[in-house]
Ligand binder design. Structure first.
Ligand code: AMP
Ligand code: MG
Length: 413
């Protein structure tokens, strides 16, 4: 049996990132992967500006207990003032550019404005430090610096940052094309009548959502009968136009499991037994393309990943192995999920030979509770839970132990 890490290393070494890129509007780039480093052409903020409504002054003019001086101008945000004459103040509003000659802003709460025959004047009862309430040009970003490296997945924050330096479009890796199909004569679709012996094809919904979260284009070949011919035929068709093929079920080595012989006949296959629970069988290989079909992650073949049929096994195997593999194909650098150490408020007295991934939920006192039924068919555990406890092979857990926790939000996207 392979360890989780060995299987993952094998997958990540094999993955050759897609090299096709396209330039798209920044507004349409949510979830895409940046194909080249992006630098800022400007300072952010572009000019010294005030972070308060108040009066721009020369700090040295503001002596205590109070000083009264003429208000020489009014500078709203987006307007450029005149140079400030010594001994005068400029009314200024948040975001407005600091006029030449001023070196501080006094917030309006510390000032008193008068209007009389002598004109507009302000009494200031504060002696500011030089630089007070001024946001300096380039304080956030220096012109020329790399703000987003290639391989970054673009989320709300990255898009905002790109827009803040004026990037209207971005070079991104083209979307991956993922084919899916589902083996099992027992499978029916929701909306259909459930005949005796049948179950609903829940994996279709789980796997498609997982692929959508990762920004893949999906070609869905639906339910494929448990025969060698149907499986081979679907593999051949799916390989033509897709970068990778993902299936559920049929990866054991029973008489009704046709994935292994089918992929071997159409390409190459590794059948792995991984020391993981839920999970264990995982098929990884390639399905050849007909000649003349040269697009895709790998020129002459589509990647193949066969997941187990049990719904929780299928979900967890995707999270642990398929997600990082897909991210690497997309050129993403950081493919490991974010993990944290948390306190177990449960016990797990029986060690397993395999690395277990237990469905757990964060409780109100900052610890983890365990779902009572950890069986690989129990999808309710995945809805109840907030994530997975990564329990190494041969390990028991006592109440109060620190355990490694992988939140679902770091495994789903
Ligand atoms: P298999 O891996 O084909 O041996 O299937 C293992 C278990 O998962 C069996 O109980 C199947 O009925 C179930 N199963 C297989 N495919 C699916 C699916 N697409 N949705 C839900 N359950 C499935
Ligand atoms: Mg089956």
């Amino acid at each position: 049996m392979l360890s989780v890490q060995q299987a993952l290393d094998f997958l990540l070494t094999a993955a050759r990132p897609v090299t096709d890129t396209e330039v798209i509007p920044t507004l349409a780039a949510n979830g895409r992967v940046l194909a080249a480093d992006q630098s800022s052409l400007l300072n952010v903020p572009p000019m010294d500006n005030t972070s308060m409504d108040g009066y721009a002054v020369r700090a040295a003019d503001c002596v205590l207990p109070a000083v009264t001086m003429p208000v020489s101008q009014r500078i709203p945000a987006g307007h450029v003032g005149q140079a400030l004459q010594p001994g005068t103040a400029a009314r200024i509003f948040t975001g407005a550019m600091i006029p030449a000659g001023a070196d501080a802003v006094v917030m309006q709460e510390m000032c008193e404005f008068h209007k009389d025959e002598a004109g507009d004047r302000v009494t200031i009862r504060h002696s500011p430090q030089s630089g007070e309430w001024i946001r300096r040009a380039g304080e956030d970003i220096r012109a020329g610096s790399v703000i987003l490296p290639a391989g970054t997945r673009l989320r709300a924050q990255e898009l905002g940052l790109a827009a803040s330096v004026g990037l209207a479009s971005l070079p991104v890796v083209r979307r991956l094309r993922a084919a899916v199909f589902f083996t099992g004569d027992e499978l029916a679709m929701p909306g259909e009548e459930l005949k005796p012996g049948a179950i609903y094809n829940s994996n279709r919904f789980t796997l498609r959502a997982l692929l959508e979260n990762l920004g893949c284009e999906i070609a869905d070949y639906g339910i494929v009968p448990d025969t060698l011919e149907a499986t081979r035929d679907t593999l051949r068709r799916a390989a033509q136009d897709n970068d990778l093929i993902i299936t559920s079920g049929g990866v054991s080595v029973g008489e009704e499991d046709h994935i292994k012989p089918a992929v071997e006949a159409e390409g190459r296959l590794n059948m792995w037994q991984i020391a993981v629970k839920p999970g264990k069988p995982l098929a990884f290989g390639e399905v050849n393309r007909q000649q003349g079909q040269e697009q895709g992650a790998d020129k002459g073949a589509a990647w193949f990943l066969g997941l187990p049929g049990n719904p929780v096994s299928s979900l967890v195997t995707f999270m642990l192995f398929v997600r990082p593999f897909i991210l690497r194909l997309q050129g993403v650098d950081k493919v490991a999920p974010q993990a944290c150490m948390m306190r177990a408020d449960f016990e797990w007295p029986k060690a397993d030979r395999r690395n277990e991934f237990l469905r757990a939920r964060i409780n109100d006192s900052g610890g983890l509770d365990l779902f009572p039924n950890q069986s690989s068919g129990v999808l309710t555990s995945t809805v109840w839970g907030d994530g997975l406890v990564d329990n190494p092979a041969g390990t028991t857990i006592a109440r109060g132990d620190s355990v490694r926790f992988l939140p679902f939000h770091s495994l789903l996207y």
